[in-house]
Ligand binder design. Sequence first.
Ligand code: UD1
Length: 335
Amino acid sequence: MKILVNGGAGFIGSHTTVELFNAGHTPIIIDDFSNSQKWIIDRIEQITNKRPKVYEGNCTDINFMDDVFEKEKDLEGVIHFTAFKAVGESIEKPIPYYKNNINSLLVLIEVMQKYGVENIVFSSSATVYGDPDTNPLTEKSPRKQATNPYGNTKLIAEDILKDTVISRAKIKTIPLRYFNPIGAHESHLIGELPNGVPSNLVPYITQTAAGIRKELTIFGNDYDTPDGTCIRDFIHVVDLAKAHIATLEYLQNQTSPFFDVFNVGTGKGTSVMELINTFEKVNNTKVKYKIGPRRPGDVKACWADTKKVQNVMGWKAQKTISDAMKDAWEWQKTL
Ligand code: UD1
């Protein structure tokens, strides 16, 4: 299948582009490189021996998008990663978050309708579950009010897609609710490239171990969890990338209009402390850390029930936290 990958040079986008090639598909990337690097494209080629075609531009620009769809007439689907994703920043600058994350989706739906492209896989997030009452989370668990604009853009985007399907437009879509993507490709040629000081845990761990950051702060060890630190469902980015291929292939067999949501996680909760311990153990290196206060907006625990994605699409995470921690460190050492 010829697939448009919006945000294909980013962390999850680049790994998904590699997996699309591996599965025999033809990925075409759109990226404005505002939060990604051009050399990632060379690295994708190094890994796969294939170079994706790249259109440089912004997905909120309808003329640009129309032009891409005009040139790529036989597209069979779109994976839409394009979004700003820093939770803290979204509180300080809500308008760019709404503008970028929502407008890009609206423009995309409009051009897809115009050119008769039906399949769209959308990057949603476990953040739509807010602070859950119970774990693991199934797709039937209630969505909750977002605590920040970033999270709200994911709720709104899911609703936009659902309403478009309810209107009986010719569209087939699956928002994938990602849990916490970590790790890097096993070649260590691509991985996460945070902008400035990382706000996510794993890049902060690897940068601290590399001496770029002085010390990691664990945001609270007084939660009601076995070791007092928060629990998340950390999923290897290569597993997550493969889930997109399974989703596209599944969508292709559905009839339009179609909407469904799926969790993409490992089904296992791991605490922040356990993750740090695993990093130190598998890499035989130390991470300097201290305990700090809780970070506002953090939820105590959040992990996925993955039965639905497993039963319906036959996808299951294969890699372990140890794999992810090794890959993240090997990647960090190349930077
Ligand atoms: C957040 C978002 C999620 C988004 C993801 C990627 C929420 C509730 N979650 O996930 O939707 O997709 O970011 O941007 O909005 N931690 C530390 N020290 C650090 C950094 C993190 O202790 O320096 C802890 C946090 O308190 C948390 C865990 O590590 O318990 C994971 O944090 P993080 O990597 O930022 O991801 P989430 O907040 O789970």
